[in-house]
Structures are given as C-alpha cells and as structure tokens.
Design a protein around this ligand. Structure first.
Ligand SMILES: NC(=O)c1ccc[n+]([C@@H]2O[C@H](COP(=O)([O-])OP(=O)(O)OC[C@H]3O[C@@H](n4cnc5c(N)ncnc54)[C@H](O)[C@@H]3O)[C@@H](O)[C@H]2O)c1
Length: 250
C-alpha cells in the first residue's frame, strides 16, 4: 500500500513512520519538512486545513493515517479557532479528499480523552461508549474527529480504525514529547512505535469497518479498557509494556 501520514513530523509521527517503513510506501504530510530516508518515502509540506493540499496528498494513495494536531502551547487552545481549523476541518478535508479519490481506509489517532468522563467515574472502557468531551477545545476536537470518521463510514463506506491512546511516550528515551521523564508509569502509557504497529495492522485488515481500538502498553491496562479486542482483532501485542520502568510500590 501507499499510505499517507499526516502530522508525520510530530512526536507520534516518528513511531508511525517506523512501523510502516519497509513494508509500505509512505507519503508524509506536515506543515514542516519530515525527514525520512526509507525507500519509497515522499515528504510533502502543506496544511490539512487546505482542501486542495489534501487532494494533492491523497492522489495515488491507498490509505491514510491521521495524526496531525494543532500544537499545544503558545496559547492556541485558549480559543477554538486554530484547534478546530487544524484538528476538525483538517480531518473533514482529508476524508472528503479520500472519498473523492476513492481511498477507502483510514486510521484516526483519537484519544482516550473522548471517554474521560467514564474513566474518571471508574468505568471499564468499552469500545461502544459514546464519545463525550470534558475538555474544551482539545477534547471537543477529538470527539468531532471521531464523528467525522463515523459519518464517512456510514455515508461513503470509508473504513476507519479509531485508535484511542492516552499517554504517548517512548520506553527507550523514557520521555514524552515534552521531554518529561516517564518516571511513574501507569496503565495509560503507550510507546509511539506500538501505536504505529496497531495502525499498520488495522490498515492491513481486509475487512476493516468503523472500529475503535484502545492502545495501552502495560499489562494491567486490561483491567481498565478493552485491550483484548485490539489484540485479537489486530494480532497486536505491545513490544513496550513499561514493566522495566515500573517503580511503583507492589
Ligand atoms: N502525545 C500524546 O500523549 C497524545 C495522547 C493522546 C492522543 N494524542 C494524539 O496523537 C496525535 C499526534 O500527537 P503528537 O503528540 O504527535 O503531536 P505533535 O504536536 O508532536 O505532532 C503533530 C504534528 O502535526 C503537525 N501539524 C500541525 N498543524 C498542521 C497542519 N495544519 N497540517 C498538517 N500538519 C500539521 C505539526 O507540525 C506536528 O508535526 C494527535 O492526534 C493527538 O491528539 C497524543
């Protein structure tokens, strides 16, 4: 497959590229240049907020991984304008371009924030919980992204794997994207390369529908969310389970 990855120059993007490189051809889209020396890898600079750019990026691809987001910091999430333009309009643009180009498969990097209300209530996180926002506007944009993916599945038959990570980090670097040390791992941790593997396995499914996948690494995540479906449906197992970082008292 030729796979388009948006937000490829970001923190998660590096893990996504690693999971796909050598197995599939890649087209990378970001507002900044994405370094990639893998064979068959092409880097485009442009914005998902621009529908023409999305159409150009979609040309000749078989599937897409949606991983862009308006940057945290710089006060951008203090008002809805930029987060909605990038996260929501950008996602709608990509699905529109995919529909028009006949691209039938997507992996959407969502977030566990869409079920945070249930999480805070101590509920076991099932795949059919209705997405709700508790944080504005970030959480709201993630709820909107999931709604867009669902609509394009219902109306246009585009299959989507909706991945719900919580806290993305790197087991080797022991740091998250802000450079914060991963010192007290909990069940919500996930290594970015394991998200990449889940996205790849989902896009390789011959019969993907609209499906929600929780992606968490530590073994005790099973007590909190339906990781069994992710493992069984995708044949996925996290290579990085953070047990060697676990310094919690037993
Ligand atoms: N980091 C986490 O802990 C975490 C947790 C849960 C979900 N997520 C989700 O994972 C995804 C990736 O997050 P990340 O942590 O890698 O973020 P990041 O900020 O490191 O990467 C996002 C990338 O999107 C790019 N981008 C911004 N505006 C763009 C535009 N208009 N067009 C194209 N690209 C644009 C940025 O340049 C950046 O490279 C997001 O959807 C986020 O909601 C992240």
């Amino acid at each position: 497959m030729r796979v388009l990855i948006t937000g490829a120059a970001g923190y998660l993007g590096a893990g996504l590229i690693q999971a796909f490189a050598g197995r599939h051809e890649l087209r990378l889209l970001d507002v900044v240049e994405t370094p990639c020396d893998a064979e068959g890898c092409e880097s485009l600079v442009g914005s998902v907020a621009d529908l023409d750019c999305c159409r150009e990026a979609m040309s000749g691809v078989d599937a897409m991984v949606i991983a862009h987001m308006a940057p945290r910091g710089r006060g951008l999430y203090a008002s809805p304008a930029v987060p909605f333009e990038v996260n929501v309009t950008g996602t709608a643009n990509l699905y529109t371009a995919a529909r028009d180009a006949g691209v039938k498969k997507a992996a959407l990097i969502s977030s566990i924030v869409v079920v945070k209300r249930n999480q805070e209530a101590g509920d076991y996180l099932t795949r059919d919980l209705p997405p709700q926002s508790v944080t504005h506007p970030y959480g709201l944009t993630k709820v909107c992204q999931e709604s867009i993916a669902r609509q394009f599945h219902l109306c246009d038959g585009i299959a989507s794997a909706v991945l719900r990570p919580a806290y993305i980090t790197d087991e080797d670097l022991q740091a998250d994207k802000y450079g914060r040390e991963a010192s007290e791992p909990n069940w919500q941790y996930i290594d970015r390369r394991d998200i990449g593997q889940a996205a790849r396995l989902a896009l390789e499914l011959p019969d993907l529908g609209y499906e929600v996948f929780y992606v968490q690494g530590p073994p005790d995540a099973d007590r909190h969310a339906d990781l069994a479906y992710t493992r069984q449906r995708l044949g996925w197992a996290p290579e990085h389970d953070f047990t060697r970082l676990d310094r919690r008292p037993t």
